[in-house]
Design a protein around this ligand. Sequence first.
Ligand code: G1P
Length: 293
Amino acid sequence: MTNQSLHKPIRKAVFPVAGLGTRFLPATKAIPKEMLPIIDRPLIQYAVDEAREAGIEQFIFVTGRGKVALVEHFDTAFELEATMNERGKSLAPLAETRIQPGNLLTVRQQVPLGLGHAIWCARAIVGDDPFAVILPDELMVGKTGCLRQLVDAYDKVGGNIISALEVSHDEVSSYGVIAPGEREGALTKVTGLVEKPKRDEAPSNLIVSGRYILQPEVMHILGVQEAGAGGEIQLTDAMARMIGKQPFNAVTFDGRRYDCGSKLGFVEATIALALERPDMANDVRALLDKFSN
Ligand code: G1P
């Protein structure tokens, strides 16, 4: 249980959501890519719900221009609620979106200098607390949520924890890659990290999969960090510099991951989640059968 842990609890999560979403144009011309829905919930809501399950209380969105809808989504919608009330419609789908007053905070990234820079933009709100990072593009579905799995490990070993999963060797160049050390169950010691290495230079096929628990010192490193892979300030490079100074582990995620930053991954996630929904599963299966004949 979190409250029995010797380690400072994780209550803050940073969501880097300033990206332009160019891969989904023109859908993302006027709405943030994180507002694209998987069935009836926008991607950002899956990420926020995963954070809530892990005990997160403060939600920090690193946003940019044109991202106001993300904040609106978690606000009260007075007129909508009043109208639905009048019509006797259930408010449940709206109630589940709301974040407590004062607990959704936003900072602007202003210039797209990379993931590391985005996280650094949240430094004043993070302060001296350990914090989580969730990349909403990576949709992680498990019986226990991915961040919850990380927090459970953190409660035991503290320090820095990242989520990991194996991909084929041909895919490693698209990710942060882990040099793995000793393994114990789902926990692997991290002895090195490289952002987007060439296939032949990758230390393994174990990749960083978009969930992090980090100690606040990473902010100091990010503040003086030079550009790395792709000319961007990389979170992976800053984390690599903490290895050896602080405990650093990876948790192999027990669940399924959908890369919703790609169109195919998005379609896959939509089908997979629809098949898990009791209100739709049978109809969706029938629909898929129709296409497979
Ligand atoms: C980012 C991180 C990378 C991580 C990936 C997971 O890369 O920099 O280390 O493996 O997310 O999706 P991006 O997808 O922004 O290029």
